[in-house]
Design a protein around this ligand. Structure first.
Ligand code: MTE
Length: 324
């Protein structure tokens, strides 16, 4: 039997920021004016075809979003097209353009998430019952990939802490393991064992509870396009992009540090913590700078991707060269 939280559609307040408003009026970010969902969708719909991704253009506008402004960067968001056509999602191929081309086979609804391990409310949850609607927020985050490129993405989601509190981890729960769907029919890239399937990731419980950590269900005011991890993916903006596991079907509360796919494959290259750190190079390239998608000159990479004030305390006393 599926368990229930209140549904997304039960939310009343709303505010959406479409791409043309982000790009054209930066002052909007400081602006407290609210935009009706209908107007925002209309504005989005007027965009030129190249502003929309092929496979992503079918996504629905989300009706009810609160734009709290907390933690938003005022840097220029990357275009919707780049965010939805330059992806890493190996379940649909290893090329950057493969996910946009191939992810149409993923069926994001209905979607069930298994919650198990050391938790008071285990069970199989329908996605729409798991996401707490009153807390659906827009957050504009800098994102930094381990491959030394970066983007700015206007995510829509809810703080992961909200979900965790509702699920009620027991005192034994110290970490959370996340798992992506494993289904070769929906995810043709899984026919090749490029990484161990299903894709798995983990966070320490306090990292997961940090207010920055988001469970995203959308971007640019719309449902997540399949290639970005529909219907639900993790967003941890102070860590390298690979921690942002997509299309999650399992949340398991565990006592010991879980194994994650990239560490199983190459532990020397991809640490469990994966905090963005310009001082600790990847064995094969520098992490001191990055290429922002859409820009030519490289930027300096910031410690914890610029979120040190919010997260540095999580690692006090830890050697970040060892715990990379
Ligand atoms: N999640 C799954 N299931 N499979 C993947 O291959 N790639 C990761 C992460 N999550 C990946 C994944 C990597 S390496 C990155 S950089 C980000 O997703 C990319 O997210 P984006 O395509 O939305 O920018």
């Amino acid at each position: 039997m599926l368990l229930k939280f209140p549904k997304i559609s039960e939310v009343k307040s709303h505010e959406i920021t479409p791409e043309n408003i982000y790009q054209g009026r930066r002052s909007f970010l400081q602006d407290s004016a609210r935009i009706g969902a209908g107007m925002a969708v209309a504005a989005f719909g007027l965009q030129s075809p190249e502003g929309r991704a092929e496979a992503g253009s079918e996504t629905k506008a989300l009706e009810n979003i609160i734009r709290a402004g907390t933690f938003d960067t005022d840097e220029r968001p990357t275009s919707f097209k780049a965010i939805t056509t330059y992806n890493n999602f190996y379940e649909f191929g290893t090329g950057k353009e493969d996910p946009a081309r191939n992810a149409h086979s993923l069926q994001p609804r209905p979607w069930t998430v298994r919650v198990d391990g050391h938790v008071e409310n285990p069970g199989d949850y329908d996605l729409d019952d798991l996401i707490r609607p009153h807390a659906l927020q827009e957050r504009i985050y800098r994102m930094r990939c381990v491959e030394a490129w970066s983007m700015v993405i206007p995510w829509v989601g809810i703080p992961l802490a909200e979900i965790i509190k509702k699920l009620g981890p027991t005192s034994k729960a110290k970490y959370i393991l996340f798992e992506t769907l494993k289904d070769r029919k929906q995810m043709p890239g899984q026919r090749r064992r490029v990484i161990p399937w299903p894709y798995t990731e983990g966070l320490r419980l306090d990292e997961a509870m940090n207010p920055l950590t988001l469970m995203a269900v959308g971007l640019y005011g719309r449902d997540l396009p399949n290639q970005n991890g529909a219907p639900m993916r993790l967003v941890v903006p102070w860590k390298y992009g690979f921690k942002g596991i997509k299309s999650i079907v399992r949340i398991k509360f565990v006592e010991h540090r879980p194994r994650n796919s990239w560490r199983v494959l190459a532990a020397k290259e991809y640490g469990f913590y994966a905090n963005v750190n310009p001082e600790v190079d990847h064995p094969r390239w520098t992490q001191a700078n990055e290429r922002r998608i859409g820009e030519f000159r490289r930027r300096k990479t910031l410690m914890f991707n610029g979120y040190a004030d919010e997260v540095a305390h999580l690692y006090s006393g830890m050697n970040l060269r060892k715990n990379f």
